[in-house]
Write a protein that binds this ligand. Structure first.
Ligand code: GUN
Ligand code: ZN
Length: 425
C-alpha cells in the first residue's frame, strides 16, 4: 500500500457535455494505491488519517492525473518520425514501407519496441494502442516489451495483401491464420489485448477484409483498428479500388469491419452517411492532430462530431504524427479546433487524452481516470517545467489557467513521474 499526494485531477463526466464542472480537482488530494489499483481517493489529510500506515510520496503542487492513453500509433515508425516532405501515399512508399520491412528481423523489432516504450513512458503515456507490421514477430516484440514493463497495451499484426512491396504482403488466408494465432496466444494475457488490424482498404483485397471481418465476428471481445478518410487522394483511390462501395466506410461495412469496438483512425473527410453510420453503431473515431497537420491531411471536426454523440479518442499516430507526447497532441487538437472555429477547453483536451481515449478503446472501466477500483496508471505533471511555462502561470487564477501553458508548450520535461500499476517507472 502507498499514498501519492498532490493536486489530483479526475473526471465525474464528459466536459464536452457538462462543461469544465465535469472535472474534479482536489488541490491537496491523495491517491491510495494497493496491488496496482486505486483503492481510495480524497483530501490528503483525511486519507492520511484513515490510512496512517501507508507510506506517502508527496508531489507537492504537481498535478496527479490518470496516465495518458494514445489510441492510435505505429510503434514500428519510431525511427522515421519527422521525415520530410511527403503526403500520405508517397510518405508510406518512401519512408514507412522500407522501415516496416526491417521488422522481418525480430531483434530489430525488439529493439524498436523497447525504444518506443522508453519514449512513451517518459512522455507520461501509460497505454498505447499500436499497429505492428505484417510480421507476427513484431507483435511478439511489442507485447513482450509491454509485459516486461507491466503495461496495459494493445496491438495487432498489420494486414496487407496488395498495393504494398512484395516483402510486406501477406494473403487473405495467412492474415487470418497469423492474426488468429496471435490473438489466441496474447489476448487477455496480463494487461495485453490483441487488436484485429487491416491497415486500410487500399492495401487489402476484398477477400482479406472479409477474412478479417470473419475473425472479428468470431472474437467480438476484440477491438478492430484501421484507417478511414485521411486524405482526399486516398479517398479517390479507394473509390477506384472498390467501385461498388457507397463510400470509404462501406468498404469496411460490406466486409464485416464496421461496429462497436471498431477504431477508425483520422476520419476527417466523412460523408453524411458515414458520420451517421459510425454514430449509429457507436464506433470509435480516433483524432490524430499532429499527423493530420504534418502529413497535410485536414482538420478533424471535433466539435461537430462530439455534439453528434460520437465516441472519440486522441492519438499521436507516431510516426505520421510528429510527436510522442500527448501534451503536444492536445496542443495540436486545440490548434486544429481553433482553425475550425472552436476553442477546446483545457478540461476537454485533458479528458480526450485520458478518459476519451479510454472510452474509445472500451477500457474506461479500468484506465483513464482516478477513481476507486481503477488501475493505478498515473502521470505527475510539473506545472512550471520550463522558464517559459513558469512565467506564464504566475498570474493563473484557476487550475485551467495553470494547466493550459503546459498543454500548449509542455513536453517530456513536464512529466515529473509516471506510475504503471502503482509502480514508479
Ligand atoms: N494509412 C495507412 N497506413 C497509414 C500509416 O501508417 N499512417 C498514417 N498516418 N496513415 C495510414
Ligand atoms: Zn495510423
Amino acid at each position: 500500500m502507498q499514498m501519492l499526494i498532490g493536486q489530483v485531477l479526475s473526471f465525474d463526466g464528459d466536459p464536452f457535455a457538462e462543461g469544465p464542472g465535469a472535472a474534479r480537482i482536489d488541490s491537496r488530494g491523495g491517491v491510495l494505491i494497493d496491488a496496482g489499483r486505486i483503492v481510495a481517493t480524497g483530501p490528503a489529510d483525511a486519507l492520511r488519517a484513515a490510512y496512517p500506515q501507508a507510506p506517502v510520496t508527496d508531489h507537492g503542487r504537481a498535478l496527479i492525473s490518470a496516465g495518458f492513453i494514445d489510441a492510435h500509433a505505429h510503434f514500428p515508425q519510431t525511427a522515421i518520425i519527422a521525415s520530410w516532405g511527403k503526403r500520405l501515399i508517397d510518405w508510406l512508399n518512401t519512408y514507412t514501407f522500407p522501415e516496416e520491412a526491417r521488422f522481418a528481423d525480430p531483434a530489430y523489432a525488439a529493439a524498436i519496441a523497447a525504444r518506443y516504450f522508453d519514449l512513451t513512458l517518459s512522455n507520461g503515456t501509460t497505454t498505447v494502442c499500436s499497429f505492428a507490421t505484417i510480421h507476427p514477430a513484431s507483435v511478439t516484440a511489442f507485447f513482450e516489451q509491454a509485459q516486461m514493463r507491466g503495461l496495459r497495451a494493445l496491438t495487432g499484426k498489420t494486414c496487407m495483401d496488395r498495393n504494398a512491396p512484395d516483402n510486406l504482403r501477406d494473403t487473405a488466408q495467412s492474415a487470418y491464420d497469423d492474426s488468429a494465432q496471435l490473438l489466441a496466444k496474447w489476448h487477455g494475457v496480463d494487461r495485453l489485448s490483441y487488436v484485429i488490424t487491416p491497415r486500410f482498404s487500399p492495401t487489402s483485397t476484398p477477400d482479406q477484409l472479409s477474412a478479417l471481418g470473419a475473425l472479428w465476428q468470431a472474437n467480438p471481445g476484440c477491438l478492430m483498428q484501421t484507417h478511414l478518410s485521411e486524405q482526399t487522394d486516398e479517398i479517390a483511390w479507394v473509390r477506384g479500388l472498390y467501385p461498388d462501395a457507397r463510400d470509404y466506410l462501406d468498404t469496411y461495412e460490406a466486409h464485416g469491419l464496421l461496429g462497436h469496438g471498431g477504431l477508425y483512425g483520422h476520419a476527417i473527410h466523412l460523408e453524411p452517411r458515414e458520420r451517421d453510420r459510425l454514430c449509429e453503431v457507436d464506433a470509435s473515431l480516433i483524432h490524430c492532430p499532429t499527423s493530420n497537420t504534418f502529413i497535410g491531411s485536414g482538420l478533424f471536426d471535433m466539435a461537430g462530431l462530439k455534439a453528434a454523440g460520437h465516441r472519440i479518442g486522441l492519438a499521436t499516430d507516431t510516426g505520421g504524427g510528429s510527436s510522442f507526447s500527448m501534451l503536444r497532441t492536445m496542443a495540436a487538437a486545440y490548434e486544429v479546433s481553433q482553425l475550425r472555429g472552436t476553442a477546446l477547453h483545457p478540461s476537454q483536451l485533458w479528458w480526450l487524452a485520458t478518459q476519451g481515449s479510454a472510452r474509445s478503446l472500451l477500457l474506461d472501466d479500468r484506465i483513464g481516470n482516478i477513481a476507486q477500483g481503477m488501475e493505478a496508471d498515473l502521470v505527475v505533471i510539473d506545472l512550471g517545467s520550463t522558464p517559459a511555462i513558469a512565467q506564464a502561470i504566475t498570474r493563473a487564477d484557476t487550475i485551467w489557467d495553470a494547466l493550459f501553458p503546459t498543454i500548449m508548450m509542455g513536453d517530456d520535461r513536464a512529466i515529473a513521474a509516471t506510475y504503471v500499476a502503482g509502480r514508479r517507472v
